[in-house]
Design a protein around this ligand. Structure first.
Ligand SMILES: [Cu+2]
Length: 238
């Protein structure tokens, strides 16, 4: 081995070790924030379930409202899908656990959820009545009937789609949404309007907030290693 290489080798090795350590320790950054509604408060429409007496019986006289805009008294908005629009390369597998949606009281629970390509969607009928689950979609199409309680339907999500809409043809008020992404960098706002997306690779991205009756808002953001970027959304846009 020539003399020059001999002396450089330890330096190169330590550089390599350093680079590997940096790479192994790189866990990306966090995005968090809150979704707020500052518009005129509106009453959610009451669902008329008379078309199916079974649904009336199941709900036992309870009044059920359409959850197309869920706003708390302080303006916090739930059920908003937040996702990085950019196609971030992701080498990991989709979550082994399916995204579960229950049909209960002739309503989808949850109404809005997120999933990754390759992940299974599991839709369960907890009602003693007929539901059919139809995807209003060409990317991830299915249409199955579930005539009684206890039935489950599993579907492997194939393509990215924001949003995949679920519909029941028996009960036209039944609507649900699933954001299907190629990466795991998404979240759904909770009752307090907050959301958190962890482990996002460093970079500049477009973060989108999608609300069923609110439309979509995009924000340019920068994620830095080990840091948290706070992104708040206000609807309607100011
Ligand atoms: Cu139904």
């Amino acid at each position: 081995m020539p003399h020059r290489m001999k002396t450089r080798l330890p330096a190169l090795l330590s550089l390599l070790v350093f680079m590997l350590a940096v790479q192994a320790g790189a866990t990306g950054g966090t995005i968090e924030g809150k979704v707020t509604f500052t518009g005129k408060p509106r009453r959610s429409p009451l669902i008329q379930m008379g078309a199916d007496p079974n649904c009336l019986t199941i709900n036992a006289g309870r009044k059920t409202v359409q959850q197309d805009l869920v706003v708390s008294r302080d303006g916090s908005v739930a059920n908003v899908f937040l996702h990085i629009v950019d196609d971030i390369p992701y080498g990991g597998p989709p979550p082994a656990e399916p995204v579960t949606i229950e049909q209960e009281g002739c309503i989808y629970h949850p109404r809005v959820s997120g999933a990754m390509i390759g992940q299974y969607l599991n839709v369960r009928n907890n009602d003693n009545t007929l539901h059919n689950i139809r995807a209003q979609s060409e990317a991830n199409f299915f249409n199955v009937g579930q005539p009684f309680s206890g039935l489950e339907f599993d579907f492997r999500l194939e393509k990215a789609e924001v949003m995949l809409q679920l519909k029941c043809d028996v009960h036209d008020w039944m609507v649900g949404y699933i954001g299907v992404k190629s990466h795991p960098y998404f979240a759904v706002s909770g009752k307090d309007g907050t959301f958190r997306i962890e482990g996002v690779p460093v970079g500049r991205y477009t973060l989108q907030a999608w609300g069923e009756t609110l439309g979509a808002q995009d924000r340019e953001i920068e994620v830095k290693e080990g840091e948290t970027v706070t992104v708040d959304f206000v609807f309607p846009p100011e």
